[in-house]
Design a protein around this ligand. Structure first.
Ligand SMILES: [Mg+2]
Length: 267
């Protein structure tokens, strides 16, 4: 069991979080659900040319970002060509990407509890925006900080993208928490001085994310949505939602269309 029980680190972190930063591939969706990552990695490897001597791990990896990292180590020109192709593949993959269970509940819980949401991703900004628009999240997620060029050094585990998001939110690092499913996400949060929640969406990930220094581990975004609902940032917002809730409950309790007289008006 790697999930955080009630009264745990997850509650403590969420209670201090004013801005939730979500990694894209993993916490928001599985971008390569329909177009396999391994196919994309193969397409990227072709750009190295037939005679390129690739290290074994790069020749075999199913992770397009690892192929891109190697291209960046070879030359700027190759990095630019691989990045352009990868952006095209990511945009194509958006059509068959699978939403992560409960991600919409997490975004709603953030809104209802007075928190803002941003995306911080090594995937292309174009693909992230395309996905958010397609799934009705574009007007609910204020800021996207993601890959916009072939400069690999700016991507996580560098703190660069997270720090950019913190500035764009006009926030303090201590008010921000990143939810990520990779060790590089956690490493980037530590360098950027923001809190982290590891999303352990595969067996063994919880241990790796914990070892990297994740502040808490969740196995399902449902746990995060519940914790967000429990800790409201802005008390005025809580009062507003309570008023709306009791008004809606009153409407449900009253028989509709009968025009039942109010107390004191019957006689
Ligand atoms: Mg990820």
């Amino acid at each position: 069991m790697t999930g955080s029980p009630p009264g745990s680190d997850l509650d403590t972190i969420v209670s201090r979080t004013r801005h939730l930063l979500l990694d894209f591939d993993g916490p928001i969706c599985s971008i390569y659900a329909g177009l396999p990552a391994a196919t994309v990695a193969d397409r990227l490897r072709k750009l190295f040319g037939d005679h390129a001597q690739l290290p074994k791990e790069i020749a075999r990896t199913a992770d397009p970002l690892e192929v891109f990292a190697y291209a960046a180590a070879v030359s700027e020109d190759l990095a630019a060509r691989v990045e352009t192709e990868m952006t095209g593949q990511e945009l194509a993959a958006v059509a068959t990407a699978a939403p992560t269970p409960y991600v919409h509940e997490v975004v709603t819980a953030c809104h209802n509890s007075g928190r803002s949401v941003a995306v911080v991703s090594n995937n292309s900004a174009a693909a992230v925006h395309s996905y958010l628009a397609r799934h009705g999240l574009d007007d609910r997620i204020s800021i996207v900080v993601a890959r916009t060029n072939h400069d690999h050094a700016f991507l996580k585990p560098s703190p660069h993208l997270i720090t950019q998001a913190v500035h764009a939110l006009n926030a303090e690092p201590a008010e921000c928490t990143l939810v990520g499913d990779s060790v590089t996400d956690v490493q980037a949060t530590r360098l950027a001085n923001v809190e982290s929640i590891g999303y352990a969406n595969q067996p063994g990930k919880g241990e790796r994310l914990t070892a990297a220094g994740a502040g808490a581990i969740i196995n399902s975004l449902a746990d995060l949505a519940i914790a967000l609902r429990a800790y409201v940032v802005n008390p005025e917002l809580l009062q507003l939602s309570l008023r709306l809730f009791s008004r809606a409950r009153l409407r449900r309790a009253r028989p509709t269309g009968l025009g039942r007289p109010r107390e004191g008006c019957a006689g």
